[in-house]
Write a protein that binds this ligand. Structure first.
Ligand SMILES: NC(=O)c1ccc[n+]([C@@H]2O[C@H](COP(=O)([O-])OP(=O)(O)OC[C@H]3O[C@@H](n4cnc5c(N)ncnc54)[C@H](OP(=O)(O)O)[C@@H]3O)[C@@H](O)[C@H]2O)c1
Length: 350
């Protein structure tokens, strides 16, 4: 009897070696790009003794999927077990279906983490079973769900994962009486905003902010240089973008929606493969996003300063009494220079 057959079954019918391989697959999945339309996936191929034969991960849209990457490195994969973080896909995109590649390579068993919710790509497990491959799913699923939360949410809901950001004084003001808001926070906090921009596919901004601040919304390093990934700015609102707006010179271009219909705008961005959206305000747009139930995560920068007045970071949310208070789940608190950076999550499951 082989070691794999006799080893202890630890989770959802996966053996100890397979569980360890799934942790490794999740680790290497992180090497893939955070942004872009595709999920970050890792795959480890094991032999019958639970030894790793090859590892693969998805390097980004248009490149081989994790399973195909691992199969290419393994050479002969007959009789192996594929441990993969996401259910192998079952569709022809820019590359062929991974379920077919695994079957063609003669893989004996497939252990996967979370099911593929994709309307076109799901069904890989079924296809593998139909071809006589042993299939086990759900291994390390909570960790992988969390790792892929943006992508899974975007697939399941047909709209991007939305992070709302604002900078405010301790008294919750996002601008002074004259509308100026540059800068409430210090250099370290503003640098973190640039990093957050670069970790998203698109930046949403209202026409009010474009007209007041003429922001460039590029993602820059601390020397002012452009970072490798530039999310595309999306202007929300009915007014036109001025001909000389800095956004017209953005290296990724600019999307002018001419609309306030957030549901439609977000669905359209999702359809373009823009799955992670960063909202940079101002207060009118932020309030509409939150009130509409579109905010998944919050990134709030608080400066130890006061402005007073009525230029609040967030406006009316239609909450008449404490019974309607929106409680968030605190994710992290960090001091950046003299400022505080708070991250929080909406409690809903996706
Ligand atoms: N501290 C911060 O983090 C921060 C960040 C950004 C801005 N600001 C400050 O905020 C101020 C601008 O505030 P703001 O509230 O006017 O900016 P805004 O939210 O960027 O723009 C408001 C405009 O967006 C349009 N809009 C888009 N979607 C909408 C919706 N669903 N519902 C209603 N209107 C929608 C409307 O214009 P249309 O008529 O074109 O439709 C509206 O007048 C400036 O002083 C700026 O400096 C501060």
């Amino acid at each position: 009897m082989t070691e794999q057959v006799s080893e202890q079954v630890s989770e959802h019918g996966a053996g100890e070696h397979e569980l360890a391989a799934m942790r490794r697959a999740l680790e290497i999945a992180e090497r893939g790009p955070l942004t872009g339309g595709n999920p970050r996936v890792g795959c480890v191929l094991l032999d019958d003794d639970g030894r790793t034969v090859a590892e693969g991960w998805h390097h980004g849209a248009g490149t081989p999927h994790a399973e195909v990457d691992a199969l290419a490195k393994a050479g002969d994969a007959r009789g192996l077990t594929a441990v993969v973080t996401l259910e192998p896909c079952n569709h022809w995109g820019r590359t062929g279906p991974c379920s077919e590649a695994l079957i063609a390579a003669g893989v004996r068993r497939v252990v996967y983490g979370v099911s593929d919710p994709g309307a076109h790509s799901a069904g890989g497990a079924e296809r593998l079973r139909a071809a006589g491959v042993e299939v086990v799913g759900g291994v390390l699923a909570p960790e992988i769900e969390e790792f892929l939360v943006c992508w899974l949410a975007s697939e399941r809901r047909g709209r991007p994962w939305v992070t709302v950001k604002w900078a405010a004084t301790l008294d919750g003001r996002a601008a002074a009486e004259d509308g100026s808001s540059q800068w409430i926070t210090g250099a370290a906090a503003r640098q973190r905003v640039h990093e957050e921009r670069a970790a998203n596919d698109a930046i949403l901004v209202g026409t009010g902010t474009v007209l007041a601040d003429d922001p460039s919304l590029t993602a820059r390093g601390d020397g002012g240089e452009l970072l490798a990934h530039q999310p595309i700015p999306v202007v929300v609102g009915e007014r036109a973008l001025p001909a000389d707006a800095a956004l017209r010179r953005h290296p990724a271009g600019v999307i002018e929606t001419g609309s306030r219909d957030l549901g439609r705008i977000l669905a359209d961005l999702n359809a373009r493969g823009l799955r992670r959206v960063y909202v940079e305000g101002g207060p009118t747009l932020v309030s509409a996003i939150v009130e509409g139930g579109f905010a998944d995560a919050y990134s709030v920068y608080l400066a130890p300063a006061l402005l007073g007045g009525d230029r609040l970071a967030i406006g009316d949310l239609g909450i008449p009494s404490m019974a309607g208070i929106r409680r968030l789940r605190l994710d992290g608190v960090e001091q950046l220079g003299d400022d505080i950076h708070l991250t929080a999550r909406d409690g809903r499951s996706v």
